[in-house]
Design a protein around this ligand. Structure first.
Ligand SMILES: Nc1nc2c(ncn2[C@@H]2O[C@H](COP(=O)(O)OP(=O)(O)OP(=O)(O)O)[C@@H](O)[C@H]2O)c(=O)[nH]1
Ligand SMILES: [Zn+2]
Length: 206
């Protein structure tokens, strides 16, 4: 990088609220670019190490939060409502811990309240809090379910995730159009077959 380019980069980073990407992270990305066969100093790639660093801070922002805090503010259940609350098909993006490839899909999160309900956006915040980490889909599903179980003390929790894995489409087996489907049921949705059927039918929009 020449002096001018360094100056422009420094100015941009000062204008931004984000912390600068550490030099060792940028060096690692330059090494990857070189190893992939390109020249990290050509014009189009000069800013790529800091961009990639910022992008990965965003992809992995979940490590900087505790998703359980989203469930701290609850409301007394509205009198007369004692049925399932479902947020269906929340779009999310995560990255697989094996290849760092994108996992893109939707999560449906349902619970049967005991006495408290939570603002509905908070269920999506919990999903993103765990998705923005390096994951396998099974753990992502289980972490969301146990967060809601512990945070809301509901009668039941159901989480169903459908996602495609970049490591199966862009590389390796190169198989497109396949969804991985995982579910985690707790409480009445695990123990009571009719409650389980009911919540699955709501989630699948049967
Ligand atoms: N169970 C599960 N497997 C995943 C997930 N994401 C990626 N994988 C799989 O993790 C496995 C890693 O297998 P390895 O044999 O160690 O890695 P690999 O040689 O790159 O495997 P291929 O993808 O088959 O080329 C692969 O089968 C991936 O498809 C996930 O969320 N859950
Ligand atoms: Zn993978």
């Amino acid at each position: 990088m020449n002096v001018m380019q360094g100056h422009v980069l420094a100015e941009r980073e000062c204008e931004s609220d984000e912390a600068p990407v550490p030099a060792e992270v940028q060096d690692a990305i330059r090494t990857l670019l070189r190893w992939a066969g390109d020249d990290p100093h050509r014009e189009g790639l000069v800013d790529t190490p800091s961009r990639v660093g910022r992008a990965w801070r965003e992809y992995c922002a979940g490590y900087e939060e505790d998703p359980t805090v989203h469930l701290h503010r609850t409301f007394e259940e509205v009198a007369g409502y004692d049925e399932v609350v479902l947020l269906r098909d929340i779009p999310f993006q995560s990255h697989c811990e094996h290849h760092l490839a994108p996992i893109v899909g939707t999560a449906s999160v349902a619970y049967l309240p005991t006495d408290r309900v939570v603002g509905i956006s908070k269920l999506a915040r919990v999903v993103h809090g765990y998705a923005r980490r390096l994951q396998i889909q099974e753990r992502l599903t289980a972490e969301i379910a146990s967060c809601i179980w512990d945070g809301l003390n509901p009668q039941g929790v159901a989480v169903v995730i459908k996602a495609t894995h970049g490591c199966m489409t862009g590389r390796g087996v190169r198989t497109h159009g396949v969804d991985m489907v995982t579910s985690k049921m707790l409480g009445c949705f695990r123990d009571n077959p009719s409650s389980r059927r009911e919540v699955l039918s709501l989630i699948n929009n049967d």
